[in-house]
Design a protein around this ligand. Structure first.
Ligand code: HXC
Length: 254
């Protein structure tokens, strides 16, 4: 059985469900490879406008697969395929949403940090417990968590390994919104479907521009954003025309 279940819950929406329930959807190198392959294909497939990642009712993901750790040699965490998979997720240019029920720990929480929106059900628990196995959140957590929730809260999570619930995650800005138990996937698919109605070019530009803040100093990001203001697309013309003509726009992705 595959570790990643792929479906199309709505037109334009691709759903990827982590499927290692007995290991709390731990991110083995194999599972990360399947995510990478699915996202590579989704990136090049014009019929995919948004992707929703989910787990099961017990866990979104308990993080890196601790049992894959080798006893010696090159540390598993730095393994090439692992890093390439994380890079693919990080660079995925289309909207990526996380639907979280249960645990999102370690790399599972870091996966959420790479998603553009995080829908957390009342059962969700987020945490970076790596410190409890003598490690640190090395899949982007030390950089992205402080940006998401602030330095002091991030350090508290990383230094104690304590988890936060969905309410706190939403208050702190880690989760986009909180929904009742069992509703995270449906809500994320709803949002993804709304996004499919927008111009895919403009959506891609928003994501690219917002993510610049992670990779570049502010001055450089702002000047790049200003350069991007020079773009012209048929979708943009169509959006303005539809607004003035009081009709629904028909975006063609051009
Ligand atoms: C491998 C895991 C796992 C993981 C759980 N399992 N988490 N296997 N890697 N990360 C396995 C358990 O060993 C167990 O297998 C089965 O899943 C069920 O787990 P339980 O502990 O019995 O379930 P539960 O009581 O519901 O507790 C769930 C849990 C707990 C809170 C998620 O399992 C847990 O704390 N897991 C570890 C979380 C963690 O430390 N994540 C960070 C990993 S490091 P068996 O065979 O016994 O049934 C990381 C980044 C490292 O992500 C980067 C460093 C640079």
């Amino acid at each position: 059985m595959t570790d990643l279940l792929i479906s199309r819950p709505e037109d334009g929406v691709l759903a990827l469900r982590l499927n290692r329930p007995k290991a709390r959807n731990a991110l083995s190198i194999g599972l990360l490879g399947e995510i990478r392959a699915a996202l590579d294909a989704a990136r090049d497939d014009d019929s995919v406008r948004a992707v929703v990642l989910s787990g099961d009712e017990t866990a979104f993901s308990a993080g890196a697969d601790i049992k894959e750790m080798p006893s010696g040699g090159i540390p598993m965490w730095g393994q090439r395929d692992r890093l390439l998979a994380w890079k693919t997720i990080e660079r995925f240019p289309k909207p990526l949403l996380a639907a979280v029920e249960g645990f999102a720990l370690g790399g599972g929480c870091e996966l959420c940090l790479l998603c553009d929106m995080v829908i957390a059900s009342d059962t969700a628990r987020f945490g970076q417990p790596e410190i409890r196995i003598g490690a640190f959140p090395g899949d982007g957590g030390t950089q992205r968590l402080p940006r998401a929730i602030g330095k002091s809260r991030a350090l508290w999570m990383m230094m104690t390994g304590n988890t936060i619930d969905a309410r706190t995650a939403a208050e702190w800005g880690l989760a986009t919104e909180r929904v009742p138990a069992g509703r995270a996937l449906a809500r994320a698919v709803d949002i993804a479907r709304d996004i499919t109605q927008m111009s895919p070019i403009a959506i891609g530009m928003i994501k690219e521009e917002v993510l610049m803040t992670y990779g570049k100093p502010l001055d450089e990001s702002l000047s790049l954003e200003r350069k991007l203001l020079l773009w012209q697309t048929e979708d943009h013309d169509e959006g303005i025309a539809a607004f003035t003509e009081k009709r629904k726009p028909v975006y063609k992705g051009r």
